[in-house]
Design a protein around this ligand. Structure first.
Ligand code: UDP
Ligand code: MG
Length: 267
């Protein structure tokens, strides 16, 4: 991706995503390592210097490649790290969980699935368990204070502050509540677009394969409701971020490796 100092001061959303993926601290370390080199570095030397100068989960060749374009980045390593958030949205079965896992492996993100957090809370069996379960079984959206509270608590507990937040915000109320509770403006929104017949087939298959571990909502009846809620309620959230130039749309109606290749291209 061509970048210059000016474009870094006013980054395009894709560049912001690149920076989010690489991590501010890692980029700063990379830039510092580059400043220490007296001769213009080759990429390989720069990478070696950067790794020697700090390492870290996100320290990769591309980190250094990106750092080359921001040699004057301020050193913020002492400042508390502000969370970097990427929302991952898409219909049920669109591949959010699968792709997030791969992004975690390759880029050191923390993956927070709103659905998983809600199911864990339900399984814990606290006072909200029955309430959460009835929303999930009907494909309805759990009140935001519950979901947002779980996500923010998980973020708080995480040392790494680069987050993929999967399956949230699911409607305008979620989004507004997130903002009202001080949630970070997302660096980008990954929108996994997939034809409905494929979504339905995948959820059917997932239900079949899960046997007695099948999710309460992985059945034909709940799936119809989930798709309806997704279109009617999550659609406007995607439009909202699209109008802000934040959305990166990926067609996820293909097999995993092919989809992940386009996810990587997008970031
Ligand atoms: N859910 C919710 N709010 C969220 C995320 C999930 O209410 O922010 C509930 C909702 O009932 C949804 C269910 O949890 O249908 C399953 O969500 P998940 O994201 O796991 O499903 P997916 O869309 O990934 O298949
Ligand atoms: Mg999911």
């Amino acid at each position: 991706t061509p970048q210059g100092p000016a474009s870094l001061r006013h980054p395009h959303p894709t560049q912001m995503l690149g920076r989010a993926l690489l991590g501010r601290a890692a980029m700063t370390r990379g830039a510092a390592a580059l400043r220490r080199l007296s001769t213009p570095p080759t990429r390989a030397r720069a990478a070696a210097a950067a790794v020697a100068g700090g390492g870290g989960a996100a320290m990769t060749l591309s980190t250094v490649a990106a750092a080359e374009f921001s040699p004057d980045a301020p050193d913020t390593s002492a400042a508390p790290q502000k969370p970097i958030v990427i929302f991952v949205l898409g219909g049920p079965g669109a591949g959010k969980g699968t792709m997030c896992q791969r992004l975690v492996e390759d880029y050191g993100f923390v993956h927070l699935s709103a659905g998983d957090l809600l199911r864990a809370e339900r399984n814990r069996g606290g006072e909200k368990a029955d309430m959460i379960n009835s929303y999930i079984k009907n494909g309805q959206i759990v009140p935001n204070e519950v979901t947002c509270g779980l996500i923010m608590a998980a973020m708080e507990q995480s040392v790494c502050k680069k987050f993929l937040i999967d399956g949230y915000p699911r409607n305008a109320d979620n989004r507004e509540g997130w903002e009202a509770m001080g949630g970070a403006e997302p660096a980008a929104v990954l929108y996994f677009d997939c034809p409905e017949d494929i979504l339905t087939a995948r959820i059917e298959e997932r239900g079949r394969l899960a046997g007695d571990k099948r999710r309460a909502d992985d059945n034909a009846e709940a799936m119809v409701k989930r798709l309806k809620v997704y279109k009617e309620e999550t659609g406007p959230v995607i439009s909202f971020y699209d109008a802000r130039g934040k959305v990166m749309r990926i067609n996820t109606g293909f097999e995993r490796d092919q989809v992940y290749a386009s996810v990587k291209r997008a970031v």
